[in-house]
Every structure is written in structure tokens, then in C-alpha cells.
Write a protein of this length. Sequence first.
Length: 542
Amino acid sequence: MKRILLKRVLIPVIAVAFLIAGSSFKGDFFEIAKQIEIFTTLFKELNMNYVDETNPAELMDIAIKNMLEELDPYTKFLNEQDVETFKINNKGAYSGIGALVRNYKDKILIVEPYQNYPADKAGLKAGDEIIKIGDITIANIKEDADELLKGANNTSVEVTFIRQGETKSAIINREAIEVDAVPFYKLINDNTGYIVLSKFNQKATEQTKAALLDLKNNGASKIILDLRDNPGGLLTEAINVTNLFIPKGELVVTTKSKVKKFNREYKTTKQPVDIEIPLVVLVNGRSASASEIVSGSLQDLDRAVIVGARSFGKGLVQRPLKLTYGTQLKVTISRYYTASGRCIQSLDYWNRDEAGNAIKNTQFRDFTTKNGRKVQDGGGVLPDIEITTSKTNALTQALMENNLIFDFATDYYFKNSLNTVADLSFGESDYQNFKTYVANSSFDFETKAEKALKEAMATEESTLFGSEVTDNYKSLLAAMHKGKTAALDKYNAEIKKNLEDEILKRYFYRNGLYEFHVNNDEAILAATALLNDNSKYREILR
């Protein structure tokens, strides 16, 4: 009740207060000053007179975060700790246990321990649930419990965790953790180089360039750049990575904002490494932001063939703005437009449906590449060649979000042994086991059609329809549920790929996964075949 009251009372006034940061005060000075005074008075009186003790810092934190939820998911308030985390993510180095983790209310889930880093050396595995750090129980910490895992080099931390129902403990010695932007690259045949670019931190251009030069020195005359699952990062790094393959002085991206100083054209400023080498860029539904700047502009400039599945569709640019006491506001300041002038933003956060969800863009406009090929805006980067297993769908997404694929891989790891990546043979019997696993779980997801149907039948008017319509409604819901079960077979290939990827990481870490992909991944095989067919490659770009 207290949280709801605060949201209703504080958000409208604090929202106006925050507008002062981006306003020129023209015409609105009195209204802004008025609302700030109202808010200041309200906040003081609330904390002085509320029946119970209040925590001003916590109240303000709740108010700010709830206010920003009304905008887009990328505009965020960063407290002092958040600011440090933001810097670390961009820098690509920190001190800690070396594992990808996920916070829950009562535990920290180890999602992926990094090979030969502290968590891995201490024996922690993906799927382990940390319930205590030292003497501190995770359930007693409100948020950011994973910050307790970080610390200075050569310090230790004891963790208590649950694995397969058994409680265990381990002492982890913290180290300096390097987060590579390019975790893997390899010459996959006599003349084709393969580079995985997983994030756009400050190391992205340097490491991509180093990989490219090394591959060329070892005989690579064709390149596959893998941006799948790359969530983006620094805009400058996206431009500089693009610059590796296009001449100096070429327009890569334009940003447009209501604030004039944020309106900019970004052109390449350095000499490229190679503007002729045949290039294929791989993307999927989890390639976002900076990944889409690189893939979209290389497509617009007819410099690369894009292969995979439609990318995420994030065409918004954020910038951290300094506030007081070491805090920052990471705010969406502009939209970006690729070289052809298209904005690939997929979701409209400023126009929402009745449930408050951002509306997905379905109206696309045509643009042309440098050679006159048709491309479209408004829904991510659409590949020149689409690969079925790279696509995402509602069922696969729901299985991943509910940890069904992750948890099945955990059980698989503790029940099976693999000596090499080539030993993995996830056959039909394994997939049947997964279907049984899903059926025995509490997993259920509601499609948009089901939700709309239930909402329609929940209204008072539904009583006018009569028993026949009601019975048909129940039959239709049952048929929909059956159809969702059948969808496990329909999307067999996509789901199976995600299962294989998750399982391989358990045994052979990321490196083993990439080694497996080189010989088995459908998108990489298609890209390799395309690069071996020079006439087809050139025809696509014409």
C-alpha cells in the first residue's frame, strides 16, 4: 500500500522535476519551478509527518525508478554503485569471482562460470544457487546482492550454495577479471576467418582489428563477423569497428534529438584495414543497438551480406548525465539512423496498448542501399539471407525466460558425460526427454490471443453470449493449449539449438561452444558456402 501511494503521489511531481535537467526553461520556467517547490514541500512533509518511520533515500529511489519505468527500459537512474558497474562494463575489466550471475529474491544463480577464473577454480558450476555470502543470507538483501561477490584482488569470499538439492560451500579467491569483446576467432578453413564480437566495450575495435589482421596474416581472404547475441555497447566502438571495413570519411550513423547538441553525423575517421575482403555478418534476435549500427550500415553501404535472423530493433541512443552525489541519469537522448537514413527501432514506448505494453512497429518504410537495394526501417535489421534456427519465437523465448532450457541443461550435465564437443549428439530421444521435462514442470505461457480471449469473456457483456458461446470458448482455449504443446515439435530445430548451446557450455565453456559452432552451426555453414560462391555473393550486393 505504501509503495502504491508513493507511486501515485510522488511520480507526477518528480517527473516534472526531472524535466529541468533537459529543459531550456523557455516558456516553462514558472511551471517547472512551481512543480519543484510542490515536490520539495510534499517530500519534506511526508517524511516529517508519516505515521511510521520513513527512509528518505529509499522513498526517493522508489519514486525515481517507478517514474522512469513510464518511459523506455533504457532510461535509468544510476546510484553510486550503479555508476561504478556501468564504468566496469564499458571498460571490460573488474575484480571479482569471474562468473555471469543472475539475482533473485532469495538466491544468486550462477549462469556461467568463466573458464580458469576464480568461480571455476573453486568448482562452481552453472545452475548452482548461492544462498549465503559469508554470514549474509541472500534473502535478507533487498537488491544487488551480487555486489558482495566483488572485491579487491587476492581477497577471498566464502559462499554457500545449493547444487541438485544438496547444500555445499566453497571459498573463492577474487582476481582481476578481463572481459574480452572478442572471445574467439579462428581460421575455419584454408581462406575463411571467423570472428566472434560479443560486446562493444572499450576493447571492441582493438580486439576485432587484432583478430582480423592475425587471420589475414594466416591466409584468410574472406571474413565472417558474428554479432549474434551481442547486446551492443559504446556507439564510438560501433563506428570504429565499421571503419575497419570501409574508407575514411564515410557516413556510418546519424543521431537525431530534440536537443540540438545531440544531433550529429558520425563518419569514419581512420584508415580501414581492408575495404575489399568479402564479408558476411551474422545477426539474430538478440543482436541489438551497436550490433545493429554495424550490421545495418555495412548492409546500407553494400559492404557485407547479412545472414541470420531479424535483429532486436533498438534504435535509441543513451548517454549518462551527471547528477549530484556521484549519481547519474542514463537517459535516452536521441534516435540513431543508419547510413541509408533508416531507424530500426522496433518498439514504440511512447504509444502503448491498454495493458501498458509498448506497441511493436508493423509499418515499414523502404530505403535504398548505396547500390540501390531495398532495405526497410522500423523492425531491426532484416538479413539478406535468413536462417531458420537463428530465429526466435514466443515459445522458445518463454522457455528461456522461465529457465526451462537452462535447468534441463543442468540436469543433463550431472547425468551424462562428454569427453569432446564432437561427442554431443542431442537426438530425438533427448528431445523427447526435454518435452517430458516441460510437461512435468509448472511451465505455462499465455499467448496474446489467449489473453485477449480471456479478457473478452471476463467482461459483463459475456453473459449475453449464452452457454453455447461459453462452451465454445472453453473448447477454443483447450485447443490453443494443445497447439502450444504441439509447438514444441513445430519449433524443434530452434529449441534444440538453444539446448545444445546451453549443454555445451556446461562441459566445454564458451570456447568449446564456438568450436562446435564452426563445424555445425547452420548460419556459419551458410555463410561459409556463400563466401565460397563469389558470383552469388556479388549478386546479392548488386
